[in-house]
Every structure is written in structure tokens, then in C-alpha cells.
Write a protein that binds this ligand. Sequence first.
Ligand code: GCB
Length: 599
Amino acid sequence: MLYPIETQSRRVKNLNGIWSFQLDQAGRGEKDNWQDGQLTDPIPMPVPSSFNDITTQEDIRDFVGDAWYETSFYVHDEWFEENIFIRFGAVSHTATVYVNGKKIKVNRGGFLPFEIDVTKHLHKNQMNRLTVKVNNELSWDMLPPGKVVEEKRLDGRIKKRVKQQHDFFNYAGIHRSVFIYTKPSINIEQIRVNTSFLDDRGIVDVKSWVTHVGDSQTIEVAVQDHKGKTVSSGKGGESKLFIDHPRKWSPKDPYLYNLHITVLEGGKLIDHYVMKIGLRTVEISNGHFLLNGENFYLKGFGKHEDALIRGKGYDAVTTLRDFQLMKWSGANSFRTAHYPYAEEVLHLADEMGFLVIDETSAVGLLSQGVPATGELQPVFQAGKVSRELFEHHKKVLKELIYRDWNHPSVVMWSISNEASTMEKEAEPYFKSLIQMVRELDNRPVMNVNLMLIEPERCVVSKHCDVIGLNVYHGWYSTPGELEQGERDLRHYLNRWEKEFKLPILITEFGVDTIAGLHKLPPVMFSEEFQVEFLKTYQRVFDQMSYVCGEHVWNFADFMTKQDTVRVDGNKKGVFTRSREPKSAAFHLRQRWQEGVIYD
Ligand code: GCB
């Protein structure tokens, strides 16, 4: 599914804005015909955004169940000559879509786009109504897993609560842009770009899938530089283009070319799509991560899509501020913890030169809640991880790859975060997922491990290319004792290296820190402790040649459910939730930007 853009043959209109919104406390919306424009008591709600933090009402913030959204729009007459689609960037977690009262789609999974051909459901010369029932319940047959419990309140009303496995607030709503757009009936449905180099030539392999294409149509492919000059061109659904002396894409020079694909019939243009591409290679070799054939150390953050008021709603302002702060700190990469991010984020990563570890929404496939400490109980063996869950995981992983495989910024797939990978039943589960990834794409595959996982008992890592480790020694274990933490960390990393001989990416290390809390000598939660913790860990990483990168947890403070271990959310940010620096930010800038080494 290609991102909707305006081209010579395609038209797009954005349906973002203020929609009508109503909670369905009694779960009767459909029976009461809310899809027919009959919301009884709607309030205005912005799209895209989470609905939780917009109002002052606890009932809305903590609501679990169905929430209804409605908007209306006209479609230009000319559009009916083409096929008309509506596309949601992401709706968390289950969306039921109605057009002019008719149910046309149910989509499960809150972090990927879906589109619907609505041509035959739309009215010409009349207002059209788009209604979406958004359900934010979690269950163990989708990702992220969780469950809903019902509690009786003092006033006799039933309140639903989500029991979640993950450490971020279960924000809900229409989280990403909604577009209505046209595609010609013969259209470019999917494009696959692979880049490589031979001496000083760049090679761009392009495959395009065109629907209903016949013998009378031809496909033309051209690569243009930023000045619009064609540097290479070819013909056909599969073509190999050569570019002499190409500018390679990298964080230092994130140079992008424009790839134009055109479908023609008798010289007449039928469809046209253009996308930005970057020429670069990624590989794992001799225990190292290589970008364009050279050793590359990943510096950056595990992030979240999380912001004040908006929750998980995509917001260009926050994204750009984040990217500016990351550049300032000297970061060259980030992980889309713990789910696929908005495509707009990846477009900007391509443009601004960040390497992205692209993660699925498989977070919390283990017995623990948050934080994940204590004895691990089985979940695969205990039948909690069902066939349905596996199929869902497979589906979202496949859709993620299809969505993101053309981004030069995306350098690795992360198939899960902190799953119960010491159970033997986890092996066939993950092996089959990894096999599917390898059939679709050649990027390295990583799985992220919880620090309670013992390398000697991990059944999944041997199938991966890179080992992701979340480490909190001196925080969750031996709290406040950094000396012991350092020893434990060193020992733990060495065990992983000994067991698998694979590059290790430190996918998380960090501590909760209250901005403005200062202590000398440092104690937990103070800004000084965060700096000491990072320095201690980095000293260890610098001595371990198989560590191919360090991602601090987290880029910024983020909201979680209410809990005794969280102070108005998770405070492990290097920046506050309003994106101001803590002391650790200056430390990272010194290390990453200025190359200062501490011993
Ligand atoms: C982890 C999780 C992350 C949590 C973090 C923490 O290992 O992957 O989602 O937020 O620990 O702060 O406890």
C-alpha cells in the first residue's frame, strides 16, 4: 500500500480536522444507529490525536470500550472517473468504518495503515458521512496483548479496565491522518526498491506491481537528482538502473533521489507515482554493523510516539522538534519502540538522516507486567500465546515490511520487545516469523531481550542477525549500586557474546530521572545519577567490540498507566515530556557529538 500523494494521475484530500465524538458507555451505538448520523451528544474532537487527554474528564481519559467519530465531506465529480479510497494511517486499536451508514471495514491493530475502496459507497453531489467506531480494548489474540476486566462501581455502573503488559499509556483514537484519494483503475499498487553498489556505480533494482496491466501498457522508470535531472532510466515492471558516481545516503549526507514510475498506454499517461529513494547498503559482517560497507556505531534512543495533550496522535511539530534535539545530541539512529510509527516520521528520518530500527507491536509477550522483574512464568507453553496471536503477529510484521521496505532510513526489523524467549515453544513461533521476514527482505533481523532472559536458555537469538538487549543493572537490580551494576552488566554482556558471537545492540539502558532534582553525591532519580549511570554503561560498551550501538531509554519522558513505580509516567527521558533537556542530554552531546570519552 503506497502512501497517498498527488501526482500527474492521483488526487488526495486530507480529512483531518475537528470531528464529532462520543463515548459509547452502554455499547449500544450501532443498535441505536449512531452510524446513520445519530450521535446523541457529540463533542468536538481533533483528528489525528488520542482522545484521552483532550478533555478534563477522567471518564474520557480512562475510557475502555467503543468511542465514535464522525465527519462529513463532498467529493468532486471528476473523482468518480477514478477509484476512490479512504485511508487511515492508524486507528488504535480496532476500527469499524461506516460510509453513509454502511459498515465497510473492520480493522484490527492500532499502528498500521489500512485503506478501503469506497467508490461505490459515495454520493455524487451530496454530502458524505464517514463514521468510525474506535475500540481500545486489548486481548491476547492481537498486539500488544492485554485483557479487559470489568469492575462494579459504587453507583452500580460497570467500569472496564485494561490490564496491559506494556509500559506506556494505552492511548486511543484516530492517531494518524485520514486521506481520501483517487487511483486510476490500472494503477501502481506496490513498489520495491533495492540499492547496491558496484565500484563507483549505484545500482537501483526497481520492481513495480501494477494492477490489471495488459500488453498494451508500458511501465517507465526514471531516477532524478534533486535538481530534477534524470540520472538513469529504464522500462518494465522489473528494471535495473545504474547511476554513475552516486551520492550515497548516510546520516552525514542523507541524499535522496526521486524515483518516478509511469504507466503509459499508447503514449498516454495512465498512472504516475513518485517516491524518494536513498542509495545505501546495510549488512552484518564479522560481528559488526556496516553502513555502505563501513563499520557503523549506532548512537541514539529508544523512542515513543508520545506527547503532551496529543498522546499518540501524529504531530509534525513534535516530530521535528524531536529530530532537531536528536541531531543536536549527536544521535544517528532510533528504534520505533514498541510499534510501527507514522510513515511521516520515516519520511523525515530519510530526509534528515537517521537510521531506524523498525519494530512491530509485539511488546509484552511474557507473563510480567511492568516493570518486568521477578520470576518469569510461561506464556507460550501455557497456551496464552494462541494461533490467532501468531497469525496476527505475522500479519502486522508483513504489513510493516510492505509499508516500510523502501525507506533508506530503515536498516533493521525488530520482531518483538521482551518476549518470553526461554520457552522452547517460543522457538518455532519466532523461527517462522524470521523465516517470513527473510523471504520478504534482506535487512538484518533483531529481537529485543529482557534482562531476565539468560543467554544460555534463549531459543530465539540464534535465528537473528543482531541481539537487542535491554539492560538495567544498578537500577532494577541492585538499585542505586552502580559499581555492582557495572560488574553485572559486563558479565551479562560477555555471556551473550560467548553464546552467540553476534553483534549486540544495547536497545535500552537508562534510569528514571526527575528533571530539576539534584543530588551530590548522586542518588537514584536525580539528574546526576542519570549521567553517572550512562557514563558507567558507556565505559563498558567502549570495551566490548561486539557492541554495535547504544540506544538510551528513553528519548523523552512519556505517559504510562498510573502505578506506584511511575511518577506521572516514565521519567527515563533524556528530555522532559515537553522536550527540554536534563543534564544527561549535555553528557550525550559531549560523547556523541564531540567524541569525549570517559574512563
Ligand atoms: C523495558 C521496556 C520498556 C520500559 C522500560 C522501563 O525494558 O522495554 O517498555 O519502559 O523497560 O522503563 O522499565
